[in-house]
Design a protein around this ligand. Structure first.
Ligand code: ZN
Length: 288
């Protein structure tokens, strides 16, 4: 009898130890389940998103930053990009795609289908075709699965906007990344018109903890109605120091300040990293 009791005690403690260990492992993994890095690539956008299952890139920076982008991705031990999302075909978002295709395995490409006449765009399409990469055009209400419970829902442009509008910026893919209670809005170079349309259509669904500043902090974006609806506490601006457009515009910075938003800028902070365990308490670290 004593032997059976002892055996039961051992089994019980092994079971409890097992449970405890499991929990510890899960919470350690949970902490690093989502990492978003707005890379410092000068005037342009390039954001790297890593979940436990996938590596995603939203935009690729400009042509003259290709070497820098490849360096930054290699430093992070990236070999495969599961999903490459191009918000719109302007060079400061699409320019690095050539180098990404050349140096990394890209499994899927998503854009809004808006064509343009540049050589950069033609080469981009040629690469997708030659490498037989899965290619899909997105519009409002489409959803992507980033793995590990991280989703991405597209809010703009609508199919109608793509049909009738010829403004490449306003047709930028805008979407919200959602990981349980953590949310971040990605905006490309969407302007006031697209913002107004989203506010009308989606209202409170736009609410996000973090906002990627639309169009590098331009005064033609970040309209008050949109900012109020998104109601972000933190805004990240990707831009080059002393850029020729005067980004970020003073009016935009004042709007952010008025709403009490904490602002991070790649020209001053370097690459900006957000890590999330899916709660409302995300962490932000900067290179400088
Ligand atoms: Zn841009």
């Amino acid at each position: 009898m004593k032997k059976i009791v002892a055996l039961l005690m051992i089994l019980c403690s092994l079971f409890l130890w097992g449970c405890g260990k499991d929990n510890a492992t899960q919470s350690a993994n949970k902490d690093e389940a989502l990492k978003i890095e707005m890379l410092d690539i000068g005037q342009g956008d390039a954001t790297l998103i890593q979940t436990k299952e996938q590596t995603i890139m939203i935009d690729t920076g400009d042509i003259d930053e290709r070497d820098n982008l490849v360096k930054l991705l290699k430093e992070r031990n990236i070999t495969t990009i599961d999903k490459l999302i191009i918000t719109h075909p302007h060079a400061d978002h699409l320019g690095g795609a050539y180098a990404v295709f050349k140096n990394f395995e890209v499994k899927e490409v998503y854009d809004n289908g808006d064509p343009t006449t540049t050589q950069t765009y033609k080469t981009y399409l040629k690469n997708i075709k030659e490498k037989k990469i899965k290619y899909q055009q997105l519009s409002a209400n489409d959803e992507l699965d980033f793995g590990s419970g991280v989703k991405f829902k597209v809010f703009s442009p609508t199919k109608q906007m793509l049909k009738s509008g010829d403004d490449l910026n306003n047709n930028s893919l805008v979407g919200q990344l959602k990981y349980n209670d953590f949310t971040m809005m990605f905006t490309g170079d969407a302007e006031k018109e697209a913002e107004e349309n989203m506010v009308k259509t989606y209202g409170s669904e736009l609410a996000s903890l973090v906002l990627k500043s639309p169009h590098h902090g331009s005064r033609t974006s970040s309209s008050e109605a949109f900012l109020k609806q998104v109601d972000a506490k933190t805004v990240l601006i990707s831009l080059g120091a002393g850029n020729e457009y005067g980004h970020p515009h003073k009016q935009t910075m004042e709007r952010y300040k008025k709403l009490g938003m904490k602002v991070y800028e790649t020209d001053k902070n370097g690459s900006i990293t957000i890590t999330s365990d899916g709660s409302k308490d995300y962490k932000i670290t900067t290179e400088k």
